[in-house]
Design a protein around this ligand. Structure first.
Ligand code: HEC
Ligand code: HEC
Ligand code: HEC
Ligand code: HEC
Ligand code: HEC
Ligand code: HEC
Ligand code: HEC
Ligand code: HEC
Ligand code: HEC
Length: 341
């Protein structure tokens, strides 16, 4: 620091030391105006005051600076700010995250800490996407997807990075792990099974119910998601497009390739197996009314036959063997049996 600056700083320190402020009245040792007397080259007073931390004293974060004379002499080296003191929830989530493990710090995402704008009031998803993409440049393809486009247009219902990965509790996705296998479906179901959200956005929760009734979905429900395909295996996580879009992995032209990732030598016919049987078509690919009638016939027969069987058992064991009963049994033995299917 040049000679004149030290002199200037000393003078401003003297003046500022006598200046009273709300912070001084609050009992805080050194008020922000004092600090800014020397640090206004890097921190703008008005911008700081308008920031999310505008009402937080400088020394609440830079706790080591308690003696300005010592600080001036360079004897107190401010260490890294412990955000945890005031943001326990976010810190706890973060401490278990892939970013913590890779030494991505709070301030690496929350840059410009002194002019940081409050986000919690609007929770604008566009801000989140902009932050994540600063480092994850490979994921910029997301911006073209239905979700990316939705968020860009300000649709707060659409999926931002944080809707699928969380804001702070972000986990690494190890391919093949149980967590990763479950993730590929769980993240989508959250919104696509939400009746109100679906209605607002003009789609149907039927996509989830039909998946859950499909071969893949049944395994998912059984708790073995590692055995089958989840939503994102077919739709991807970042390049989700409508099936009519040629860029979509579920566009008819790309289906064989999509299924072939797991079903070797999948044919065009195989790829057309309905994953989300259309409304009105059952998971076996036949008309739902025919399917239901078939099911009712099967159910009715089962009930009739089992009633008959139960009556027989009851008669056999509990009714004293009288002539009538014996006759009844004989009649049965004559071959009055039903063949089970
Ligand atoms: C009289 C002038 C003066 C005042 C008042 C002052 N500082 Fe400093 N500050 C300095 C000087 C000089 C340095 C060391 C030179 C540098 O790195 O810019 C410094 C360094 C710092 C640093 C470390 C900068 C870095 O790059 O690592 C922080 C943080 C800091 N001051 C915060 C404060 C806070 C908070 C206050 C109020 C409590 C305050 N300062 C008050 C002069 C001052
Ligand atoms: C919410 C906590 C917080 C508050 C409040 C805060 N700071 Fe900081 N400050 C930080 C963090 C964190 C860094 C380190 C930034 C980094 O590493 O990128 C920092 C860095 C600095 C530096 C180093 C220069 C720089 O910009 O990198 C100075 C000087 C400083 N702060 C002064 C102040 C002054 C003066 C105030 C009050 C007007 C203040 N700080 C209020 C958290 C805070
Ligand atoms: C001394 C307490 C304190 C410390 C330390 C502190 N903060 Fe804050 N922080 C606050 C307060 C108070 C608010 C305003 C809360 C509100 O508006 O509800 C805030 C707000 C925020 C917000 C915006 C919240 C929102 O709703 O959008 C972020 C982001 C944030 N802090 C990050 C940090 C980071 C990163 C650090 C560490 C470098 C840090 N804070 C250190 C007290 C603190
Ligand atoms: C990988 C990036 C990243 C890291 C690391 C990170 N944050 Fe955040 N955080 C965000 C984003 C993105 C938002 C929302 C948009 C914004 O505020 O910029 C946010 C929001 C917040 C909020 C407001 C939350 C709310 O619900 O209103 C607080 C408080 C906060 N972060 C504190 C912290 C603290 C403390 C740490 C470190 C323990 C931390 N963050 C680490 C990305 C991160
Ligand atoms: C400051 C840079 C930075 C920012 C900003 C950032 N990340 Fe990261 N992220 C990393 C680094 C470094 C890693 C660990 C190395 C890797 O896997 O790429 C990582 C890892 C990840 C992983 C795990 C990747 C895997 O291989 O399984 C996910 C998921 C992730 N980040 C999501 C996000 C989201 C969501 C945001 C926004 C809220 C975000 N990141 C913001 C730097 C960043
Ligand atoms: C609709 C949900 C969804 C959204 C939105 C989303 N992701 Fe992902 N992300 C996934 C899925 C699913 C995977 C892959 C999991 C698997 O199969 O291994 C993934 C994987 C990742 C990975 C690991 C490397 C890779 O590409 O496989 C990173 C890093 C990542 N996402 C970051 C981001 C960032 C940054 C954003 C926002 C720009 C974002 N994600 C938006 C669902 C999503
Ligand atoms: C945060 C909620 C949310 C999450 C999580 C989410 N979506 Fe969406 N999805 C939406 C919304 C909202 C739309 C409508 C977007 C628009 O038009 O703005 C949409 C649209 C779609 C569409 C186009 C549907 C149509 O009929 O137009 C597909 C396909 C889709 N999502 C698949 C997925 C998949 C696969 C996942 C998981 C990897 C997923 N979504 C996760 C909210 C979500
Ligand atoms: C085995 C692959 C596969 C799985 C798993 C899968 N889908 Fe699909 N999805 C498709 C195919 C193929 C289409 C297009 C044909 C159709 O409409 O059935 C489609 C269509 C959709 C559509 C309508 C998009 C449009 O524009 O037509 C949505 C929304 C959707 N799926 C969501 C999901 C959700 C949510 C899950 C998980 C619960 C899921 N999908 C699981 C293959 C799959
Ligand atoms: C991520 C891997 C994966 C993807 C992608 C995938 N499947 Fe599957 N699928 C499986 C597994 C694993 C099974 C159970 C093992 C088996 O019987 O082959 C299965 C079983 C099936 C079955 C029932 C058993 C059979 O072989 O007839 C059908 C039908 C099926 N998948 C259709 C599809 C269609 C159509 C697509 C593409 C739209 C597709 N799958 C994409 C993993 C996948």
């Amino acid at each position: 620091m040049s000679h004149w600056r030290i002199v200037f700083s000393a003078i401003s320190l003297l003046i500022l030391a006598f200046a009273s402020s709300a912070f001084a009245e609050d009992g805080l040792a050194i008020d922000p105006a004092t600090c800014l007397g020397c640090h206004s080259d890097k921190i703008n007073m008005a911008a700081f005051a308008a920031s999310a931390h505008g009402r937080v004293a400088c020394t609440s974060c830079h706790t080591e600076i308690t003696d300005l004379a010592q600080h001036m002499k360079g004897e107190t080296k401010p260490s890294q700010v412990a955000c945890i003191r005031c943001h326990a929830k976010e810190t706890t989530e973060y401490n278990d995250s892939v970013h913590f493990k890779n030494n991505v710090r709070c301030v690496d995402c929350h840059t410009n800490i002194h002019i940081l704008q409050p986000w919690g009031r609007t929770m604008d998803k566009r801000v989140v996407v902009a932050v994540c993409l600063r480092c994850h440049t490979q994921q910029t393809v997301y911006q073209e997807s239905v979700h990316g486009q939705g968020v860009a247009k300000g649709n707060q219902d659409s999926a931002s990075c944080a809707d699928c990965h969380n804001l702070h509790a972000i986990q690494q996705l190890i391919p093949g792990s149980r967590e990763e296998r479950e993730f590929t479906t769980k993240v989508c179901v959250r919104c696509h099974a939400d009746e109100k959200l679906a209605e607002r956005n003009g789609f149907s929760t039927f996509r989830v119910t039909s998946y859950m009734n499909s071969f893949h979905g049944r395994y998912y429900r059984l708790g073995v998601p590692e055995q089958v395909a989840g939503c994102a295996d077919c739709h991807t996580g970042h390049t989700v497009f409508r099936s009519t879009d040629p860029r979509s992995t579920v566009n008819p032209a790309n289906l064989v390739a999509t299924c072939s990732r797991c079903h070797k030598n999948a044919s065009l016919d195989f790829a057309k197996t309905p994953v989300h049987a259309n409304q009105g078509v059952s998971i076996y690919g036949i008309d739902i009314t025919v399917d239901r009638i078939g099911f009712l016939i099967a159910l009715a027969s089962a009930v009739i036959f089992s009633c008959h069987g139960l009556i027989n058992i009851f008669l056999h064991y509990f009714v004293p063997v009288k002539e009538e009963a014996e006759e009844e049994e004989k009649k049965d033995d004559k071959g009055d049996h039903f063949t089970r299917f």
